[in-house]
Write a protein that binds this ligand. Structure first.
Ligand code: NAD
Length: 358
């Protein structure tokens, strides 16, 4: 491996641009890009400022890239990751890692056998105030967590004229809203609380049954009630049809001593509730080194989503040459998300409580 990590990207859409910036900002080189056709690869390579365009994935894998970032529609993740891992390259694969738990488990096993680093961008873990909340739970400041609740709401599919590849199960998989954004919430809340969701009961909702000429079979929203391995309970509402909500991931962890609330749309502060006083803890005024580690500009100079990606890619690249930094989301976390998603679908179908495969 060269001193500077050489990264390749598969895909030329929204996530490819975010990953391309993060690769550069973490000191890597964007070596090559491959999209769905040679023409699109060329256009994407120019737009992203890559050294070269690859006509095919094989061509990209034959090059000197150290790590490949898979940024394509969900159903393509498994075949692409199989090829990347078979070529002995490290891999970053977008969430959802795969469209079924069986596929996700296979990818975990293949990456382990190949001895490559394999990560999934559950990037909300990289907000400093998320690390602050996690530290307050871990060191006992918040007290045992009794309730975990919140929502992840968007509105970009609220109208019946709204459509996307995610609506097509052949491209997006059998779950849409939950697999797309519900998994972020579950990953984040499990990460911060240290709890694991053990069983749940869920109802999935298709609010818009027809989008243009396309009948809709996947969920626009889901409501979930769950229990954790620490005997706590929680609930979650996930929606892509909630007018006015753009990317509103919000949670509250109600501990015996403190309630901790985080809002992804206002990520520079953590609300800390107590019987006597409520506080808004601002980034940069935190004592926890775990939070300070992800601070890149002084307090009052807002950090955001791209900074999370930069930190995630920097930590992934660090793991290629040494031990994985604490909190780096891996394929195992992608498998976990696939299992929670499956439990949500199973519960909604059977109208019953379902155990989440540990
Ligand atoms: N981690 C996050 O915060 C986050 C946010 C948004 C999207 N995502 C995930 O990123 C992935 C991509 O989403 P997006 O929003 O960038 O989609 P997009 O539609 O903007 O881009 C997808 C790209 O993949 C290309 N593509 C399709 N099939 C391909 C193939 N077989 N080989 C090469 N390229 C191919 C398309 O041409 C397009 O350029 C999805 O899995 C999505 O769930 C993650």
């Amino acid at each position: 491996m060269t001193d500077r990590i050489r990264a390749g990207i598969v895909g030329g859409g929204f996530m490819a641009t975010v990953h391309a910036r993060a690769i550069r900002r973490s000191g890597g080189i964007l070596s090559a890009v491959v999209a769905s056709t040679p023409q699109r690869s060329q256009a994407a390579a120019e737009e992203l400022g890559a050294e070269s365009a690859a006509d095919t994935l094989d061509q990209l894998l034959d090059s000197d890239v150290d790590v490949v970032h898979v940024c394509t529609p969900n159903a393509t993740h498994a075949p692409l990751v199989r090829a990347v891992v078979a070529a002995g390259k490290h891999v970053v694969c977008e969430k959802p890692l795969a469209v079924s738990p069986a596929e996700a488990a296979e990818l975990v096993a293949l990456a382990a056998e190949a001895g490559v680093t394999a990560t999934v961008p559950f990037v909300y873990r990289f907000y400093p105030m998320v690390r602050e909340a996690r530290a307050r739970v871990a060191d006992g400041t918040a007290g045992p967590v009794r309730l975990l609740h919140g929502s992840y709401l968007q509105d970009w599919l609220a109208e019946d004229t709204d459509d996307d590849w995610r609506v097509d199960p052949a491209a997006g998989g059998p779950s849409r809203a939950f697999a797309d954004i519900g998994v972020h919430w579950c990953d984040l809340v499990e990460f911060v609380s240290g709890h694991r969701i053990t069983r749940l009961v869920a109802r999935t909702i298709t609010a818009v049954p027809q989008r243009g000429s396309r009948p809709v079979t996947t969920e626009d929203a889901a409501v979930v009630l769950f229990e954790t391995d620490h005997g706590a309970f929680g609930n979650l509402t996930v929606s892509q049809v909630s007018q006015g909500r753009k990317n509103r991931l919000w949670f509250s962890l109600d501990g015996a001593a403190e309630s901790l609330c985080f809002d992804q749309e206002s990520p520079e502060s953590l609300w800390i509730g107590g019987r006597e006083v409520n506080r808004q803890l601002l980034r940069g005024t935190s004592e926890h080194p775990a939070a300070a580690r992800y601070t890149v500009v002084p307090a009052g100079h807002p950090q955001g989503y791209q900074d999370c990606f930069d930190a995630f890619v920097a930590d992934t690249h660090a793991a290629l040459g040494g031990p994985a930094p604490d909190g780096l989301p891996t394929f195992a976390d992608g498998l976990r998300a696939a299992r929670v998603t499956q439990a949500v679908l199973d519960s909604s179908r059977t109208s019953s409580w379902v155990d989440v495969t540990p």
